[in-house]
Design a protein around this ligand. Structure first.
Ligand code: B16
Ligand code: MG
Length: 215
């Protein structure tokens, strides 16, 4: 492919925040009286906060009204923000910095395409902000992954057609979004979970720009 841009999911690809989302959701489930496992959590990755809450509540068989739902989502987010408030640059996932700097050297544009409304504060506390040309986060989209809106906006702001961009994702919903938007995609995680990606790698140390150009 004619590689001009890369769009990175944030949680679980660039930084190790997926574990904090899980801890906060599990704490909420326990307060509501049921267990929420790491397997259950797979379905929440990349999914918006309210859609995640809906999935969690259906696992617990709980049907609250809209006002209670807002309160539960706010409770989870408060714990999550506490967990990420102490984040340091050493929670940047292996290979992220090397790849981002290599892309810069090659003149390939970089974007964040994240469902998270907390993306800005994570990028600031880890010092990653300046390595991205474009940042699209949960505050700038109206349709959650698997809708391709977040990645299409990223490509549009880079002024690149989707077929010249590669999306990096750790979530099934994100891979579906990338495919729907006409992007090549790299799954970061387990092949059994991310099988629809063009290639699956365990982390960003395991991909080169040459491999990406061959997609
Ligand atoms: P927030 P990503 C996603 O970020 C997470 O994977 C997902 O678990 C979370 O529910 C979503 O952001 C919303 O996050 O509650 O912080 O707005 O993976 O798309 O970077
Ligand atoms: Mg993710």
């Amino acid at each position: 492919m004619d590689l001009r841009g890369c769009i990175f999911d944030l949680d679980g690809v660039i930084v190790d925040t997926a574990k904090y989302h899980f801890q906060a959701w599990r704490r909420l489930a326990r307060e509501l009286g049921f267990e929420f496992t790491m397997e259950d959590n797979e379905a929440l990755k990349g999914v918006s906060r309210m859609a995640s809450l809906d999935i969690l509540l259906s696992r617990g068989g709980i049907v609250p009204d809209a006002k209670e739902k807002e309160e539960l989502a706010a409770r989870k987010n408060k714990w999550y923000v506490e967990l990420i408030s102490g984040m340091k640059p050493d929670e940047i996932l292996p290979g992220s910095l090397r790849l981002l700097k290599a892309l810069r050297r090659e003149g390939i544009l970089t974007a964040i395409g994240s469902a998270s409304k907390n993306a800005g504060s994570i990028l600031n506390s880890t010092g990653l902000h300046d390595l991205f040309d474009v940042i699209i986060d949960g505050n700038r989209i109206s349709r959650a992954k698997p809708d391709p809106e977040v990645f299409l906006k990223g490509a549009e702001e880079m002024r690149l057609p989707p077929q010249t961009c590669v999306v990096f994702e750790d979530a099934q919903a994100g891979i579906e979004a990338a495919i729907a938007g006409g992007f090549k995609c790299v799954g970061v995680g387990l092949p059994e979970v991310l099988g629809r990606a063009d290639i699956v790698i365990p982390d960003l140390r395991k991909i080169s720009i040459k491999q990406m150009r061959n997609l």
